[in-house]
Ligand binder design. Sequence first.
Ligand SMILES: [Cu+2]
Length: 171
Amino acid sequence: MIAKAREFRFRGIGFRIGLLFGAAAVVGCDARPRTLQVRDAWSWPTAPGQHDETARSTAPAEPGEELGPGVAYFTIVNDTSHDDRLVSVRASICAVTELHETKQVGEHMRMVPAPEGVEILAGHTVEFKPGGLHIMLIQLHHDLLAGERFELVLDFEKAGEVRAVSEVRKP
Ligand SMILES: [Cu+2]
């Protein structure tokens, strides 16, 4: 009788431990990190013969610039519970980067700098794409060749540094 009672008590504890692990697994699932992510980064090729009309109209060469500029696009997913702001972007493949938005100004499409950055509201996705928001890669150190990859470092007000790899390709 005593042995049976002990066995029963042991099983009871085992069952309770099992419940605890089960609860932890459920909590772990609910508490998956809600982060700010940068996805699908890409850039137009700038090498001679790899341009196309969209690349040229998005990234006009400026006088005195030997190369580029290039352009970078990506999608920002703010899966956190607070609003954030993309403040700046760095890339080691060029001397200067600028945050731009292509906008309709009167009858023309113009690139407008956005020095104040771009707000990314909580739970929202913001797409940087041709004809809209983009990163200008000014004074490239070398032409961007299709198939090449390079790193972008995005600085956010709250999320801090987020790194992404931009793939050079046609869309
Ligand atoms: Cu631009």
